[in-house]
Design a protein around this ligand. Structure first.
Ligand code: 1GP
Length: 253
């Protein structure tokens, strides 16, 4: 998608949230599908009404493939293809933008600032739009890849004050988005009460992902105040649900 039509990706996302009530982002994992399957899924997401595609993974089994994924997806869909990296090794010049994540729910310095230091000069050289994002992993009751790979503990899902204070600190640090999630493939999604508490306490847009598989749950997250809803596993395992998910997230057309 051309930069002039889009303006910046963040502006586009905020405009989508305003116009449609919330934005629907679909996550594709380059480790799990072939290039052709990724293209097919991206087209299905676009046809179902998704607003942007995220590409990222916990492991990254092929760096060569990762760079071509962004190129190829940008050729087949007319919406932003955004990097959602597990670490600095996933930074590519071919993304429309990157969610520049700092995992503020944990206390692993590598994921708070270490990987960012490695990634920043590359992003400057590549000219990729950087969207500073505070990433908060919330407990789901089971061990997710995100928890294991990050060597961090998730935040308790019933301690709203702790989540609120983290999100406010991220806002004061100048971040642009809060990403609340239980981890890809989690058995449960971020509780609505926690989403509402965070949304009411800060002014930043809140992205919610992890464990969202059906339209009713997606709508609940929007009603709780999510500005953006992310689904990943559903795109892989049940792409027939994409239209319903998209319709549920978009409370206005
Ligand atoms: C991961 O929130 C996303 O960051 C997607 O999670 O795969 O559980 O939909 P799911």
């Amino acid at each position: 998608m051309s930069a002039d039509r889009l303006g910046s990706t963040l502006k586009y996302l905020l405009e989508v949230r305003e116009r449609r009530g919330a934005g629907y982002l679909t996550l594709l994992d380059p480790d799990r599908l072939s290039l052709t399957q990724l293209e097919e899924r991206a087209v299905m997401c676009a046809e179902a009404g998704a607003d942007a595609i995220l590409v990222g993974t916990s492991l990254m089994l092929s760096t060569a493939k990762n760079a071509s994924v962004f190129q190829r997806l940008r050729e087949v869909v007319d919406m932003p293809v955004i990097s959602f990296p597990g670490d600095a090794g996933q930074v590519v010049p071919t993304a429309d933008a990157i969610f520049f994540l700092s995992m503020i729910s944990g206390r692993n310095p590598e994921l708070l600032i270490g990987q960012q230091v490695r990634a920043a000069p590359l992003l400057k050289e590549y000219g990729v739009e950087v969207i500073s994002t505070a990433y908060m992993l919330i407990e789901s009751g089971s061990l997710t890849s995100t928890e294991y790979m990050s060597s961090t503990r998730p935040m308790p899902c019933d301690k709203h004050d702790i989540a609120m204070a983290h999100a406010l600190a991220a806002e004061f640090l100048g971040m642009k988005l809060i990403y609340l999630e239980t981890g890809s493939g989690a058995g449960v999604s971020v509780p609505d009460g926690l989403i509402r508490a965070v949304v009411d306490y800060i002014t930043l847009p809140v992205v919610v992902g992890g464990g969202i598989r059906d339209a009713a749950t997606a709508r609940e997250k929007v009603e709780a105040g999510a500005g953006f809803v992310v689904t990943g596993t559903a795109v892989e395992s049940d792409p027939g649900r994409l239209r319903d998910l998209s319709a549920a997230v978009h409370i206005r057309e």
